[in-house]
Design a protein around this ligand. Structure first.
Ligand code: KIV
Ligand code: ZN
Length: 399
């Protein structure tokens, strides 16, 4: 059934997907991306403008600088919940609480690895010991902070039956959100979706918590896995601007949010509260401050995401933009789409650019103008406005 024939969906609270931004924690963890505290504050303000639900501002125990930054963001940023990360240890949890307690809405996020690889290689403990630590540290965090999130690190490679037990225990101990990270970006969308469905079906107290997903992009599947999680019951997505994060990064917030926004009929009423018009600016800010360029063909925010190069596409776009565009550039805060002029551009795009520049080439002169344009385009690869003006003056002079 097409979108036009559907009754408008009302916004049911059960259908809201909470957006948990971790640009300042997982994003900042990636090689070369470290930020100064005043830069983190600028990004936090932009995240608040985007209307994210939760900002993971840092890892307070990891350094005095990170502690101060989380505390500053907790004190100054109004609106979103402010969260700090802690390993499942009392010192980490104390430090996180000391930093986030200044927020209107503070959250402690504590985590421990639950896959056998982590339990044996990292912790040299038994499954039962890890479950006990998870439960006890969640209880400690809940004794300080009303909002506690627990992450089962490497959940994507954890035995699901053990995972169900850990989740049940941490919910009983006071976790309001349980995060299921695909820490090493190993899972495939259908498989990850089934993991989330299994949790929704097999954990008896699951109705007392929100299930979150946190997908890494090692196989380029972070967005697809996050969407599969949502389709199977997850209602929080952890993500970053431009998808930055450990190794190949995290799910990109702009991709997850725009997928839900562009295909509402497909997702049947599932929504976020993100103000997507801030994506272009947020992407530029994060890229500049972290010195991490955005790849030109990056979905949503890449330089080419709203650029149409070939003559066939340019002609189609000029006849009706929906021929080649599935969303409006204005939705992410860009003023317009872009038709770069190059060797593959056709007459329609050249004429449209001339009109935009206020230059009138008579129909009789157009074949000659277009021939010269093509020659220049072959030589230069890109024809800019100044080049067009020069060609125009030459044509006038030769008339
Ligand atoms: O990738 C991961 O598992 C994490 C956790 C700390 C949530 O970043
Ligand atoms: Zn991560």
């Amino acid at each position: 059934m097409s979108a036009e024939h559907r009754a408008p969906q009302s916004k049911s609270p059960d259908n809201k997907v909470y957006i948990f931004d971790t640009t300042l924690r997982d994003g900042e963890q990636c090689p070369g991306a470290s930020l100064r505290n005043h830069e983190k504050l600028l990004i936090a303000r932009k995240l608040a403008a985007l209307n994210v639900d939760i900002i993971e501002a840092g890892f307070p125990f990891s350094s005095p600088g990170d502690f101060e930054s989380v505390k500053q963001i907790a004190t100054e940023i109004q609106g979103p919940t402010i969260c700090g990360l802690s390993r499942a240890t009392p010192q980490d949890i104390e430090a996180t609480w000391d930093a986030v307690r200044y927020a209107q809405k503070p959250r402690i996020h504590t985590f421990i690895g639950t896959s056998d690889i982590h339990i044996q290689a990292k912790f040299k403990k038994t499954r039962q010991e890890i479950l006990n630590i998870a439960r006890d540290m969640v209880a400690l965090a809940a004794s300080k902070c009303p909002d506690v999130e627990f992450s089962a690190e490497d959940a994507g490679r954890t035995d699901p039956f053990y995972l169900y037990k850990v989740i049940e225990a941490v919910i009983d101990a006071g976790a309001r959100t349980v995060n299921i990270p695909d820490t090493v970006g190993y899972t495939i969308p259908d498989e990850f979706g089934r993991l989330i469905k299994g949790i929704m079906t097999n954990v008896p107290n699951i109705d007392k918590a929100i299930i979150s997903v946190h997908c890494h992009n090692d196989l380029g599947l972070a967005t697809a896995n996050s969407i599969a999680g949502i389709q199977n019951g997850a209602r929080q997505v952890e993500c970053t601007i431009n998808g930055i994060g450990e190794r190949a990064g995290n799910a990109a917030m702009e991709e997850v949010v725009m997928a839900l926004k562009v295909r509402p009929e497909y997702f049947e009423g599932i929504y976020t509260d993100i103000e997507s018009v801030h994506f272009a600016e947020a992407s530029k800010m994060v890229s500049e401050l972290t010195s991490m360029p955005v790849q030109y063909n990056k979905a949503i925010v890449g330089r080419n995401a709203f650029a149409h190069e070939s003559g066939i596409h340019q002609d189609g776009f000029l006849k009706g933009r929906s021929t080649y565009e599935i969303m409006m550039p204005e939705w992410i805060g860009l003023s317009e789409s872009y038709l770069p002029l190059g060797p593959r551009s056709g007459r329609a795009a050249v004429k449209a650019r001339l009109e935009k520049l206020g230059l009138v080439v008579q129909d009789a002169q157009m074949p000659q103008f277009f021939e010269q344009f093509k020659q220049l385009a072959d030589e230069q690869k890109r024809v800019e406005d100044d080049d067009l003006k020069r060609l125009y003056e030459q044509i006038l002079a030769s008339a």
